[in-house]
Design a protein around this ligand. Structure first.
Ligand code: GLN
Length: 286
């Protein structure tokens, strides 16, 4: 599958100027954009305090996970639990560009959306943009294309949706799109637990017949337990393409625009791709 969110073309904001002018003022314009975004935050209900509190569930490698201390912990900001990963690095970069400090809150996935605007300022946790969630929160522009995949015991014969229907225990992390997909296939078999670490452990220990999980995190868990589990790609089951977005409170347009601006700048100047390369690309299927 492709990385629809990166490398998209028209990030330029100099549409009104000639090409020559645009080229010569590009650096200046980027700086101005960053400065005005930072200045704009005085009107932000949640960011005017200079702090961006980010909720995530750190059982979703390589987007957020508890590292073993050998990772690049430059990415870790204000969290004592060594939470690292792509989303942490992305949010740190956004915080830097907006001139706010980033605080990481590791919490249950299903508690993140309800906490946005109260306990946390935003959620950045490989969260799929869905219509249902959009009723409760604003989403940033999409930043990553994903799909669900299926982890199975290494000797499993499951290959089709009908095979999945016949499974007795399908593990999911509560509140995820994986849970929705699994319930659509075989509601009665769904075993909903608090974390993907738990769901994968249950699979490895023979308690579950399958786990529905986003494909790239599935690859990351596979690399930890490659002697015990296998991954079947979502395309085999015709699962939909999903897009990740940063979830924010509905009542802060200033924050929404500032975060989208920082994200667009990161994509335009190559920082975004560099972080993908550092954290994510090695887990993608060819
Ligand atoms: N992308 C999935 C969702 O939004 C899973 C995210 C996660 O578990 N961190 O539901």
């Amino acid at each position: 599958f492709g990385l629809g969110a990166c490398g998209s073309s028209s990030e330029s904001t100099e549409a009104a100027t000639t090409e020559a002018e645009a080229a010569s003022t590009e650096v200046e314009a980027t700086t101005e954009a960053a400065e005005s975004a930072a200045a704009d935050l005085s009107g932000s209900k949640y960011l005017s305090d200079g702090e961006l509190t980010v909720g995530l569930n750190a059982t979703f490698p390589p987007f957020e996970y508890v590292g073993d201390g050998t990772d690049n912990f430059e990415a870790v900001t204000s969290n004592e639990n060594n939470v690292t990963g792509f989303d942490v690095a992305m949010m740190n970069e956004i915080g830097k560009r907006l001139g706010v400090s980033v605080v990481i809150e590791d919490m249950d996935f299903d508690g993140i959306v309800p906490a946005i605007g109260t306990k946390i300022d935003c959620g950045a946790t490989g969260m799929t943009i869905t219509d249902e969630r959009k009723e409760a929160v604003n989403f940033s522009d999409p930043y990553y294309d994903a799909t669900q995949g299926v982890l199975l015991p290494i000797d499993s014969e499951v290959k089709t949706e009908d095979d999945l229907k016949a499974c007795k225990a399908i593990g999911v992390q509560g509140g995820t799109t994986g849970e929705t997909v699994a319930r659509g296939i075989n509601d009665g078999a769904v075993v909903s637990v608090k974390s993907f670490n738990q769901a994968v452990l249950d699979l490895v220990n023979g308690k579950d017949d399958a786990v529905v999980i986003d494909q790239v995190p599935g690859e990351a868990f596979l690399s930890q337990y490659s002697d015990k589990i296998q991954l079947v790609e979502g395309s085999t089951f015709n699962f939909d393409v999903e897009q990740y977005g940063i979830a924010m409170p509905k009542d802060d347009e200033v924050m929404l625009n500032a975060i989208n601006g920082a994200l667009a700048d990161m994509k335009a100047d190559g920082t975004y791709d560099q972080l993908l390369e550092q954290y994510v690309n090695s887990y993608e299927a060819e």
